[in-house]
Design a binder for this molecule. Sequence first.
Ligand SMILES: *[C@@H]1O[C@H](CO)[C@@H](O)[C@H](O)[C@H]1NC(C)=O
Ligand SMILES: *[C@@H]1O[C@H](CO)[C@@H](O)[C@H](O)[C@H]1NC(C)=O
Ligand SMILES: *[C@@H]1O[C@H](CO)[C@@H](O)[C@H](O)[C@H]1NC(C)=O
Ligand SMILES: *[C@@H]1O[C@H](CO)[C@@H](O)[C@H](O)[C@H]1NC(C)=O
Length: 373
Amino acid sequence: MTGKLLLATILCLMGGSALGDDVLEGTYNVTAFCTAVKTGTQLGSIESCQTYYVCTSTGPQKSSCQDGYSYDLAKSSCYPSSQVNCYWGLDNPCTGRDKVWVPNTSVCGGYYYCTEGTCSPAKKCATNQVFDSTTQACKWGSCNGADSTATEGTVLSTPCDVVPPGIWFGDTEACDIWYKCESSSTGVTLKNGVCGTAMPAFNPQAQNCGYKTAAICSRVTGNPISNVATSCTTADSKKADPLVCNQYSECVSGTWTKLACATGYYYDVNGKKCVLRQDATPVATCNRCLFAQTMFVNAVDSDNCSKYLYCPEKGDPTETPCPEDHYFNESLSGCAPDSGLKEYVGSNGACLGASVDGATTEADEATTADPKE
Ligand SMILES: *[C@@H]1O[C@H](CO)[C@@H](O)[C@H](O)[C@H]1NC(C)=O
Ligand SMILES: *[C@@H]1O[C@H](CO)[C@@H](O)[C@H](O)[C@H]1NC(C)=O
Ligand SMILES: *[C@@H]1O[C@H](CO)[C@@H](O)[C@H](O)[C@H]1NC(C)=O
Ligand SMILES: *[C@@H]1O[C@H](CO)[C@@H](O)[C@H](O)[C@H]1NC(C)=O
């Protein structure tokens, strides 16, 4: 009895995870990923190249390569660091490398050119492109919330950064969705699909679709496994990201695909497209500090345009209303008398529908109800 307890304690200390607590690396929920892959699968870390996780039946077990070695996700093994395409958490990603391009893992789409172990000044891929370290090139893709302006902490931008290529794995939002990271000469791409109605449950242990059972589908928690694509049915439909004003999802071939507007642009909920920040009416819950040139900005306020945000350099913005009979004028960076509101509303999408009387008239109630849908 005591022996077993001691063993369990040691395992806990070693793995930090044998029983109990979830293993998290920023937005990467290692525990959740382990429920979605076959037992025995090794997952990568996005905090350190030396670290990897073995998915046991009780959850992830943390392991480490010896010093000077890095975990090679594609080969599921440790190799001398200079031979491994891994850059997470490195102070100098160019160490031991010459005439190659390497990613700046702290910035989505960021990269460097290495010359005899020294990094070039930081460079960045164009908007809606990410850096692919396997092909050493920028390619079409989205940062999935790992936007350079919004990044604080560790953000997993694609499951293929941590799941080895060539295996099928499940989803934690729906039992019938499967994914696979496919490696080719153009880099690693995430494939996904949906099991048919006859065999509607993806079974990671068997690596195929099967009958639905509680055990097979127990990984489904309703939380997205990461910010990855999930299935959708309405062709051509789009939805705004509730938190990041320039992001939205579009239904492409049956899956929600994350997209981002260019720098300086927001996703407009009425036009359902990207428009200049000042003209856009973004979703009311998103943070208009993104791309702001000033520290005080309008909150989305279709009522009387009086709410504004203070955008600190770090941390969350705070919201305050202007005093009575005033609206917030972003170009003034302050509150102005309501006499100018009508003109202001015409050229500032954040206040679309706002009026001096606010929501006191029926007509205004109709306009305020509109963007919320
Ligand atoms: C991580 O995943 C586990 C298993 O799916 C889940 O129970 C837990 O709530 C998740 N934790 C977070 C912080 O999302
Ligand atoms: C690259 O990463 C560093 C932190 O390691 C960061 O300070 C820098 O801004 C990044 N480069 C770019 C182009 O943003
Ligand atoms: C704006 O509208 C809100 C809600 O109707 C109200 O509480 C607030 O006093 C109004 N502010 C101004 C400055 O008119
Ligand atoms: C407020 O902003 C507009 C630009 O949208 C500007 O033309 C106007 O002069 C500003 N000032 C006041 C007091 O309304």
